[in-house]
Structures are given as structure tokens and as C-alpha cells.
Design a protein around this ligand. Structure first.
Ligand code: KIV
Length: 247
């Protein structure tokens, strides 16, 4: 299994880090077979698995169930669990929740924004942390690109530098101008994982349901599609229905 040190070496040696979200054993098994470097049990599970409008609706309990399933499907992969909204705002609770994820099979936890005391407390417990800056879906008012103004870009850049001093396992950079993704990636030691942050980050992450096109909705502007599971799935169900009707 890869480790934090491996991800830092990959950055140093210019080898891109692949990350994909997974939420269950079947798809985790596929991602492990494809040797994806990190599997993220994202709180996008709220949207893509539970049909909710926002990620804020998901609970620790649900995230632990998804994490456990991913661990069963991909026992040899590096697994990150997303701390759900509110689970990391206070250091003591943050550590307890991070430990629950580790017990469920996670190697690291991901935290949106900069709850500094919680981040430090979790790292002090010896648990790997992934940062998440730029567009923060848990608290965003809308899902537009952030960091377009000089002032906002500078704020995100400063946050990245602060986070870098904690030596996190990596930092997700979401939906920001390519130039800002590049600037941050070049200025800090921590590996950066982009989603809509250009091609110059140290790695990329995509939501599985976008990557495989598992839904009929419009994809986010930065998502890239590598299959059409929606079409294949609907066709297979139609064929099945015809087969049943014919008998
Ligand atoms: O929850 C998630 O899927 C994420 C990715 C968008 C990075 O945080």
C-alpha cells in the first residue's frame, strides 16, 4: 500500500497522483484493480449515493458504512474518508471522528477549509490528513469558480501555505483558475490534488459518477468522462425488461 512518503516522492519526481471517489465495495474493487493511487470516500456520497442536494446532509454513521465497504472492496488501497460537515469544527470531536474512520478502514481523513486546531489535533494523533481549499462545497453559497479576484486568490494561496506547514498528506484544490492551482503547487511541499484547478497540480481527483457518467445530468465544467455507464445501464435494463416480457 502507498503511504504519505510515497505521495511526497511522487511530487518530487513529477509522477502524477491519481485519485477517484468510491463509496462501495464493487467500485472500490475496480479502482484497486486499476491501481488508482488514492481512493476518496467523499462526502459527495450525499449527492451521488443518497440523492441529496448538498453534501452537508450526510452523517458520520453513513460515512463510516461507506468507508468500511470501500475497505472490504479495496483492502490494499490508500483510503481517505471525508469528514462530514460539522464533524471537525471542534478538536476533541474531530479526533474522535477521525479515529472512527481509521477503525472503519481509512488511512487518512480529508477536511475542508482551515479548522487549524482540529487539523493539528488529528495530525498529533498520528492520523494522515488531506486538506481541501478553493471551492468548499460544505459551506459554499454557490458552486462558481473561486479565486478569480486578486484578493481571493491571495487568500487561498496564504491558506495553502499555512496548511503546508502542517505537512498534510496532500491538499485538494477545487475549482480555481489554472494559474492559481499552478502557483500553489509550485510554492508548497505538500502534493496538490486538483479538481478543476488546471493541469499543473501534482495529481487529479474526479467523482466516480462523473468519470464513468453514471447519471443523466450535465457534468461540472472540469469533469472528464471516460465511459458511459448511464447509457450502458439503461440499455441493459431495457434488454432485461424485453427478455422478461418475451418469456
Ligand atoms: O467529496 C468529494 O467527492 C470531494 C471531491 C470533490 C474532491 O471532496
Amino acid at each position: 500500500m502507498l503511504s504519505k512518503e510515497d505521495f511526497y516522492s511522487m511530487k518530487k519526481n513529477g509522477k502524477a497522483i491519481s485519485v477517484v471517489t468510491v463509496y462501495d465495495a464493487a467500485f472500490a474493487r475496480m479502482a484497486e484493480a486499476a491501481k488508482i493511487d488514492m481512493l476518496l470516500v467523499g462526502d459527495t456520497a450525499a449527492n451521488v449515493m443518497l440523492g441529496m442536494d448538498r453534501t452537508t446532509g450526510i452523517s458520520m454513521e453513513a460515512m463510516c458504512i461507506f468507508t468500511n465497504a470501500v475497505k472490504r472492496g479495496a483492502p490494499n488501497s490508500y483510503i481517505i474518508s471525508d469528514m462530514p460537515f460539522g464533524s471537525d469544527s471542534e478538536p476533541k470531536a474531530a479526533v474522535q471522528n477521525a479515529k472512527r474512520f481509521v477503525e472503519a478502514g481509512a488511512n487518512a481523513v480529508k477536511i475542508e477549509g482551515l479548522p487549524l486546531e482540529s487539523l493539528k489535533a488529528i495530525i498529533e494523533e498520528g492520523i494522515d490528513v488531506i486538506g481541501h481549499l478553493g471551492l468548499l462545497p460544505q459551506t459554499a453559497k454557490n458552486f462558481k469558480q473561486v479565486g478569480k479576484s486578486e484578493e481571493e486568490a491571495e487568500k487561498i494561496f496564504e491558506q495553502a501555505k499555512i496548511l503546508d506547514t502542517l505537512q498534510p498528506c496532500s491538499i485538494v484544490l477545487e475549482h480555481m483558475p489554472d494559474a492559481l492551482g499552478k502557483k500553489i503547487s509550485q510554492a508548497i511541499n505538500s502534493p496538490t490534488i486538483g479538481i478543476g484547478a488546471g493541469k499543473q497540480t501534482d495529481g487529479q481527483v474526479l467523482v466516480m459518477h462523473d468519470l464513468l457518467k453514471m447519471h443523466p445530468y450535465k457534468l461540472p465544467p472540469f469533469a472528464k468522462c471516460f465511459a458511459n455507464f448511464w447509457e450502458a445501464g439503461v440499455n441493459a435494463f431495457c434488454d432485461y425488461k424485453s427478455w422478461v416480457n418475451e418469456k
